[in-house]
Design a protein around this ligand. Structure first.
Ligand code: CAA
Ligand code: NAD
Length: 391
């Protein structure tokens, strides 16, 4: 196993700065790399803010922890003494392949490249790098310091040494809300476990968004439909993740899983106008008054009666069954636990064991209504056979 001391975090955006924060908190020497100094400065400022909060609570010495952080805008030279690179650049395959190759060409012979891609093939990212056995996935959830889950993904060529080292590094990274949950992902399929299971919910949400836009229904009324049963309603969560990320992700699923993942019109329009959600201050919502103002707005709104959380659970159960059919996870408890740790919402199998028949009917109706065939229940779900599988 590689003895990891020096970590390079590539990309200082939403995810990269969070990964760098927990990595310096774990005691690693970290170099944060981006393409422009201003992006690095933004990321460093956010890390400092986070550490100051913890210092105020008497949990650490911010200056001492910051002392383990270096920065660079030159990947090729910064990677020279790195043990593991955790990559959080934009969700574009050509960019990820390019930086992976740079790392393998310029880093030490043992360097590992771990991608934080939300969806894309780890095998493809590493394929032309010259060292695909040292490429794996380490998929974090947003915000990194607060969400417990990290999925560690084995690509088709990933060596056991690489996979085990990434598992071990993931275990060491602190989480501010309870113990980290590390989910091993055994097969490199789009979206891995948590995102894959939630992916077709986006087909449904997209249909809801476009219905609401057509009918002129305000977004807070759609989020009010979740009735406080999700930590964030579907519009708010999409803004929080980033509408550009949602668009890239849906386009990727459209190519790899089904044409039914065509992104909703309203999201395409928002992104085309530069409204990417919380990170640009505007998306479905105006974020200039902060998150709490939106939460208040949702609390006061009358539910629209369009978004139904039970459909989401049924969709997730169906996709969870497909994950089992494909051998991506070794049992359904891992799928439920990873969802709780990555999204702070229960996975579908707990309730699904009792409801699969009713939910299969709901999905048939939903597929008819939305004309999205991908939403129809798979064999494992509609026969209830998953109940008999290994937990
Ligand atoms: N460093 C130090 N402290 C921090 C911090 C940081 N970086 N960030 C927050 N904190 C502190 C806050 O100051 C706060 O401290 P106090 O309790 O002392 O005030 C504490 O941590 C909790 O923070 P919040 O008040 O902001 O937390 P919350 O209770 O409002 O919960 C949330 C926020 C956890 C994000 C919750 O809204 C939630 O679970 N939302 C859903 C998020 C989600 O689903 N994420 C997954 C998206 S999908 C994804 O990521 C995968 C992908 O590939 C796209
Ligand atoms: P972001 O737009 O906030 O940050 C991306 C950063 O990468 C930017 O600072 C950009 O300048 C930098 N970058 C672009 N090309 C680069 C290059 N060649 N070298 C170095 N830096 C480069 O995006 P994000 O939300 O942090 O997403 C980053 C990755 O994490 C994506 O693959 C995304 O799918 C994944 N992810 C995102 C979330 C989420 O909720 N946003 C959750 C999990 C995983």
């Amino acid at each position: 196993m590689v003895d990891v001391k020096n970590v390079l975090v590539l990309g200082a955006g939403l995810m990269g700065h969070g990964i760098a924060q927990v990595s310096i908190m774990a005691g690693y020497n970290v170099t944060l790399v981006d393409i422009k100094q201003e992006f690095i400065d933004n990321g460093v400022k956010k890390i400092e803010e986070g550490l100051k909060k913890l210092e105020a609570k008497g949990q650490l010495n911010a200056a001492e922890v910051m002392g383990r952080l270096k920065t660079s805008i030159d990947l090729a030279s910064a990677v020279k003494d790195t043990d593991i690179v955790i990559e959080a650049v934009v969700e574009k395959m050509d960019v990820k392949k390019d930086v992976c190759k740079t790392v393998m060409e310029n880093g030490p012979a043992h360097v590992i490249f771990a991608s934080n891609t939300s969806t894309m093939s780890i095998t493809e990212i590493g394929k032309d790098s010259g060292a695909p056995e040292r490429v794996c996935g380490m998929h974090f959830f947003n915000p990194v310091p607060l969400m417990r889950c990290i999925e560690v993904i084995k690509g088709a060529q990933t060596s056991d040494e690489t996979f085990n080292t990434a598992m071990q590094v993931a275990e060491t990274l602190p989480c501010l809300r309870g113990k980290r949950y590390i989910a091993p992902v055994l097969k490199d399929r789009p979206g891995f476990i948590v995102n894959r299971m939630n992916a077709p919910v986006q087909i449904y949400m997209g249909w809801v968004f476009d219905q609401a836009a057509e009918k002129g229904i305000p977004w807070e009324r759609i989020d009010a439909d979740a009735g406080g049963k999700m930590p964030m309603g579907p519009c708010m969560l999409s803004d929080y993740v980033g509408l550009d990320t949602m668009l890239h992700v849906m386009n990727y699923y459209k190519e790899t899983l089904s044409p039914d993942f065509e992104p909703p019109k309203v999201v395409k329009e928002l992104v085309a106008n530069g409204n990417l959600g919380a990170k640009t201050g505007k998306g479905f919502y105006d974020w200039s008054q902060g998150r709490d103002a939106i939460v208040e707005k949702v609390k006061k709104a009358e539910p629209a009666g369009i978004f139904n959380l039970e459909y989401s659970m049924a969709i997730m159960l169906n996709e969870g069954c497909r994950i089992l059919e494909e051998g991506v996870a070794s049992g359904y408890k891992i799928i439920d636990d990873a969802n709780m740790a990555g999204m702070n919402t229960p996975g579908p199998f707990g309730a699904g064991k009792k409801n699969w028949e009713k939910w299969s009917k709901l999905l048939e109706e939903l597929a008819d209504k939305t004309k999205k065939e991908y939403l129809r229940p798979c064999e494992l779900m509609k026969t209830g056979q998953f109940v008999k599988m290994r937990k």
